[in-house]
Write a protein that binds this ligand. Sequence first.
Ligand SMILES: CC1=C(/C=C/C(C)=C/C=C/C(C)=C/C=O)C(C)(C)CCC1
Ligand SMILES: [Fe+2]
Length: 522
Amino acid sequence: RNYTELHQKIQKLHQVYSHLPTWLQGVLLRNGPGMHTIGDTKYNHWFDGLALLHSFTFKNGEVYYRSKYLRSDTYNCNIEANRIVVSEFGTMAYPDPCKNIFAKAFSYLSHTIPEFTDNCLINIMKSGDDYYATSETNFIRKIDPQTLETLEKVDYSKYVAVNLATSHPHYDSAGNILNMGTSIVDKGRTKYLLFKIPSSVPEKEKKKSCFKHMEVVCSIPSRSLLQPSYYHSFGITENYIVFIEQPFKLDIVKLATAYIRGVNWASCLAFHKEDKTWFHFVDRKTKKEVSTKFYTDAMVLYHHINAYEEDGHVVFDIIAYKDNSLYDMFYLKKLNKDFEENNKLTSIPTCKRFVVPLQYDKDAEVGSNLVKLPTSATAVKEKDGSIYCQPEILCEGIELPRVNYDYNGKKYKYVYATEVQWSPVPTKIAKLNVQTKEILHWGEEHCWPSEPIFVPSPGAREEDEGVVLTCVVVSEPNKAPFLLILDAKTFKELGRATVNVEMHLDLHGVFIPQNDLEDETE
Ligand SMILES: CC1=C(/C=C/C(C)=C/C=C/C(C)=C/C=O)C(C)(C)CCC1
Ligand SMILES: [Fe+2]
């Protein structure tokens, strides 16, 4: 395969047309796995693919498309060797020992933690005026949001003791990043760290990066020292951080010996269906964890939707599964032509609301439900003082949820998400009203829409005043993919911009308003 040729093709700008609201100016920037074959080698899992960034630029009523592979160290090493030389989630690979920056992986006998990949394929994070491609290892990669060029690599572990970090950070009202990571360096003290990256540095230290000012906000010890939980996101409210310690766990001993055993990282993750799922609430002001033990049954979740406080309760909405079959669905050998028939999810994504009474009557009787809000979610006091929570089901079959971020941490109404049935590929997008459970849909035959992103209109007064953007891949041959713009209120189409090149199925992204972009030099 001639990669040089492919790169040239995808770097070309493609002008496309549509009728758009005039205020919609900026860049929709998205990330996801793009290249799964290198030379004669193939990745095993969809989440392994080399990151491919793509963007839609809205400028004076026109839309321009471009895409570019993230030039990570992983990408460069693989392309140079013309084979996969860096391990990913579902593929174990062995480096060229002599000319490789991943040489540390070879000294695995003396290091517990292998050197991870910087193939940041999951999401985009905003740090001050800068943008980073993110994944779940200790590396993030700065990118230029306009040219999609790859810039410096940042190693979180140089600043705080994390080996893994989520690709779904949160932002406070001042634009500071709040993220969580797991520290497995010191096996006796495995813990989850909540850390903060300031949005700017003091004027006199202008040469320093925001990362030099990173700080640990608090740490939560792992229930199991050798098996910390895996987590893909977390929630925040005005006063609390919501962290779910699920029984889908990473086995540190397995991780440390994966290279010698020749197995992938995915095999170091296991779902313990007999365990419980523990909820942690950290007070953002005092940085102390709420001491009451709140738990629910075993489950697996990737995405938090939103969380807020109401009358002494923390309400949080998530997308949960009965088991970890989701990860298994994305093995590429299963994603063949007949996957829609052959690859049924054994557990459907379910949108669940938990309502947790942080301030409850301490004299309440054992066995009583402590939830005082109108919901079918319960929280029952047990003999030992712990509280067993059961959710209210909001709906089934949605994934890749997004909300109007101005309502993040606050009482809210709307979730925008993709809709999946019993297959991992979304066929519709949905707008769910979490208060009434009413749902609006958009779908068209052979269309596979991406995570929908809500963009508020200027001066919007209502939560759903704005547009929803989704990239649509068309499964029918010779039909072009497109960007779809929906009115967020009605879910009616406002326009579409057709792309004349192939477009890949992606994961997550951001919309960057024109005002947040540095002036373009044409
Ligand atoms: C490389 C690597 C990892 C990669 C995880 C990835 C790539 C997860 C992707 C998750 C997605 C896309 C979820 C969507 O809901 C681990 C297991 C953290 C740990 C070891 C090293
Ligand atoms: Fe995600």
